[in-house]
Design a protein around this ligand. Structure first.
Ligand SMILES: [Zn+2]
Length: 333
């Protein structure tokens, strides 16, 4: 999987320093979780050396996975940059659109009197108090990249924004989260283990998807599935979402059963016309049956969902919700 992403120059230097120093490499941490071997990082390091720290660098990121779904290589290639104009009047307060200033007052989304503020396309976000400006901007950039990535992630972000009263809280906390990231249903909080994963599209997308399941896809949320029966469904639903979005199968990569893997591949290719369209799930009569037939295999073989319990009567409502006539191209993004 490959994608463009945009990060501040300061932030990139920070990653590069860690990488070239060869210590405490966050990429290795990612690949090490779930029983994978450490991955390598390749840096096509042609970023101009004279850019200011707040310039935004667009880099092309290429991920390579091995046959069991472990991340083996992350390759960065510099694509271009934009720098903010010199600021002469910004001595006090917020000049650029995003929230600066107090750590909690970040939700200036809709003034009561209905003025016309420059519309923030993202749902309101609150941050944990200990985050610095670079960390906040990194997460907002990633969230924005999701909005602009493709029609399915665009829909997810837009619907979250339209959800009355929803404020997502974002934190970086290596103590409270055991894996890369966690969505907490009780307070709508997304916890990232490290600053790096908080800007990693794959991780960010999964947690935003869980927020969508909780606040849009399932009428009563997913809180009751979070710790007990049904968690396997919730996690597999994201994997299927990702495969429909990408148009190719990966959810059963850990399975040793070639027949089931092949059937899953056929299913994804059929419902996406080999990756060219999104399915309209309401017109696929056996969609839930197929989902459940592969759900068991995923739960039994994927190390990331070990011990999770299947709820055999819980259907993938979020997938029905998203892929309900949504077009893959020309969705107005
Ligand atoms: Zn998950």
């Amino acid at each position: 999987m490959n994608e463009n992403t945009t990060l501040s120059n300061d932030y990139l230097k920070n990653i590069a320093t860690q990488k070239f120093a060869g210590t405490n490499n966050t990429f290795i941490k990612i690949a090490s979780s779930g029983g994978c071997s450490p991955s390598t990082t390749i840096w096509n390091n042609s970023i101009p050396s004279d850019l200011a720290g707040d310039c935004q660098i667009t880099i092309y990121v290429e991920y390579t996975y091995n046959s069991i779904g472990c991340l083996t290589t992350v390759e960065f290639t510099y694509m271009g940059h934009t720098c903010p104009a010199e600021c002469t009047t910004c001595g006090s307060g917020s000049e650029s659109g995003e929230e600066s200033g107090s750590s909690s007052g970040s939700n200036e989304d809709e003034p009561d009197y209905g003025g016309a503020p420059s519309e923030n396309p993202l749902p309101p976000v609150d941050f944990c108090e200990n985050l610095n400006q670079t960390q906040k901007e990194g997460m907002i950039n990633t969230f924005t990249n999701l909005l602009n990535d493709n029609c399915s992630t665009n829909l997810i972000v837009k619907k979250l924004k339209q959800t009355p009263g929803l404020i997502l809280k974002m934190c970086i906390d290596s103590v409270r989260v055991a894996s890369n990231a966690h969505y907490n249903t009780t307070n709508k909080e997304i916890l990232f283990k490290t600053e790096f994963v908080s800007t990693f599209m794959d991780v960010f997308r999964e947690e935003i998807f869980h927020a969508y399941q909780d606040n849009v896809g399932y009428t009563n949320g997913i809180g009751s599935y979070g710790v007990s029966t049904g968690r396997a469904n919730i996690e597999f639903e994201y994997k299927v979402f990702r495969d429909i979005m990408n148009g190719y199968p990966s959810a059963l990569n850990a399975s040793p059963n070639l027949t089931i893997k092949d059937n899953y591949k056929d299913w994804i290719e059929t419902i996406t016309n080999f990756g060219s369209t999104y399915p309209n799930i309401s017109s696929i009569t056996d969609f839930n049956i197929k989902f459940h037939s592969f759900l068991n295999e995923h739960t039994n073989t994927d190390p990331t969902v070990q011990g999770f319990i299947v709820n055999s009567s819980l259907n993938p409502a979020t997938l029905h919700h998203i892929f309900n006539g949504l077009v893959k191209n020309n969705c107005g993004m």
